[in-house]
Design a protein around this ligand. Structure first.
Ligand SMILES: [Mn+2]
Length: 348
């Protein structure tokens, strides 16, 4: 297993030992992040630190909701806004650990400023945060961040025996983030950790958590998408029209599904949110294109990005959200613009 070197482990120990007695563990809410936070709790306990879990973003997606109920997770997590509103005196008694994210200007943080002493994330970027003597930043390409935190967890001498909840969360995290080990980002370590937790997981919860994604909203969106689709040279566009913005995660599930079709090497699923943004989720199995560049070229440097064949864009609709009077025209207009953006040859 490609774990942390003795030197890095030593640094980690120093940083966490010297940390304040209270640790705020911060993450967003998806299976990977939840698994990371729960595993890191145990690491905090090992170093006799108090900890609290704080999240940004919402519980929107059905898989999170299922896990939340299966393991009564909502009792454990508070909103990061709650932490941010604590009196300064109280906040000062915390050090922050950020997991499964390393972008301090993540939109979902809604402007909340955090200064983590520890970051563990599997999304390396060009302008990556630089570690200092007082911080431990581990940002590397892995299928799931839960794999990294689990490696650390094991290297700290902790075990998954008698931890069915944690083991299950980690398995679901790896399943989800690696799309069953089929995502390009999947590493040998993800497989190894999956096997390490396997004997301890609640199989029924793992299976069900994977099925809940296909609920009635999913079917309704799927119908809409099939209704409005266009295929040109192995590139497909599915246009859903208006949706509630908090259902935008469903676009990812749909793009995962559609990208499995043989003749759809690159898939874009597009919808207009009721929050003034156009949402795009893209998947590509075409190795000849740089999806990140394509996304940025088409939807704007600031609005879009991709890694390992999975892309997303959140595009502001300028200054105005259509009223009921102009909704139909607006829909036609956005659909046309999206078709242009997606099917135009980027070299033109
Ligand atoms: Mn992740």
């Amino acid at each position: 297993m490609e774990c942390l070197s003795e030197e890095r482990l030593h640094k980690f120990r120093i940083i966490i030992e010297q940390a304040k007695p209270n640790i705020a563990i911060v993450g967003h809410l998806d299976p990977d992040s939840i698994a990371c936070m729960k595993a890191f709790m145990k690491i905090c306990a090992l170093f006799k630190k108090n900890y609290k879990l704080f999240y940004f973003g919402g519980w929107n997606n059905p898989q999170n909701n299922y896990l939340k109920n299966a393991f009564t997770l909502s009792d454990d997590f508070s909103e990061l806004k709650v932490f941010d509103k604590l009196p300064d005196e109280e906040k000062k008694q915390y050090d922050i650990v950020l997991l499964d994210s390393s972008s301090l200007d993540d939109r979902r943080l809604e402007g909340i400023k955090i200064n983590p002493i520890i970051i563990i994330d599997h999304h390396p970027t060009k302008n990556q945060l630089i570690e200092s003597e007082k911080t431990f930043f581990w940002i590397n390409s892995y299928g799931a961040a839960a794999t990294m935190v689990s490696e650390l967890y094991l290297q700290m001498g902790l075990s998954f025996e008698n931890e069915p909840e944690l083991a299950t969360l980690i398995a679901v995290a790896i399943d989800t983030d690696t799309r069953n080990m089929s995502a390009k980002s999947t590493t040998q370590s993800d497989v190894n950790i999956f096997l390490a937790v396997w004997p301890y997981i609640k199989q029924d919860v793992r299976r069900d958590s994977r099925n809940v994604v296909k609920d009635t909203i999913y079917y309704a969106f799927e119908d809409k998408a099939r209704d409005k689709r266009e295929l040109q040279n192995n590139t497909a566009l599915f246009f859903l029209g208006y949706i509630d913005a908090d259902k935008a995660d469903y676009l990812s599930f749909l793009s995962d599904q559609f990208s499995e079709y043989e003749d759809m090497k690159t898939v874009f699923v597009v919808a207009i949110g009721n929050d003034g943004f156009v949402y795009v989720k893209a998947r590509s199995r075409d190795n000849t294109i740089d999806l990140d560049k394509e996304m940025k070229d088409r939807f704007g440097e600031k609005n879009a990005g991709a890694r390992f064949g999975a892309g997303a864009a959140k595009i502001p609709m300028d200054f105005w959200i259509p009223s009921d009077n102009s909704k139909d025209e607006h829909l036609t207009y956005i659909e046309k613009r999206m078709r242009d953006a997606i099917f135009k040859d980027s070299s033109e």
